[in-house]
Write a protein of this length. Structure first.
Length: 139
């Protein structure tokens, strides 16, 4: 069984909980090394605000930053994402099995004939003047 490091998973999922950080990760997934200013360009927020998001991603280990001169570039780091995927796959297997069992149960129930009344008695006849469908019931 895989030993899941809970604090690391907590940081990973907390970092991924924000849509801006997910957008930053998506952008880094498209390009290998991207400067911070390039990453910040499509967002309407300030550069310091983007830097705070990058700090959270870096603290979670999802990105690495490298400084060359005055330029800071960011790159995705796969290890935390792999750990999160391993954790999620365990639950995917569980829910997949549960849903398969539910589907089999529903198919079995829909194919089997309806059980007879527990008392074995027939339904009482309709009162005089009644029809099977009332005027308010849909056909």
């Amino acid at each position: 069984m895989v030993n899941y490091q809970e604090p690391a998973l907590d940081r990973t999922f907390a970092a991924l909980a924000d849509p801006t950080r997910r957008a930053l990760i998506a952008r880094l997934g498209e390009e290998r090394d991207v400067s911070v200013s390039e990453l910040a360009r499509p967002f309407t927020m300030s550069l310091p605000a983007v830097m705070k998001h990058l700090d959270v991603l870096s603290d979670a280990g999802l990105i690495t930053r490298t400084k060359t001169g005055r330029t800071v570039t960011c790159r995705l780091s796969a290890a935390p994402m792999e750990q999160a995927m391993d954790w999620l796959s365990r639950y995917q297997r569980f829910w997949s099995e549960q849903l398969d069992r539910l589907a089999a149960f529903v198919e079995e129930e829909s194919c089997s004939p309806s059980p007879a009344s527990a008392s074995g008695a027939a339904s009482p006849p309709l009162p005089p003047g009644s029809t099977e469908r009332g005027p308010t019931r849909k056909k």
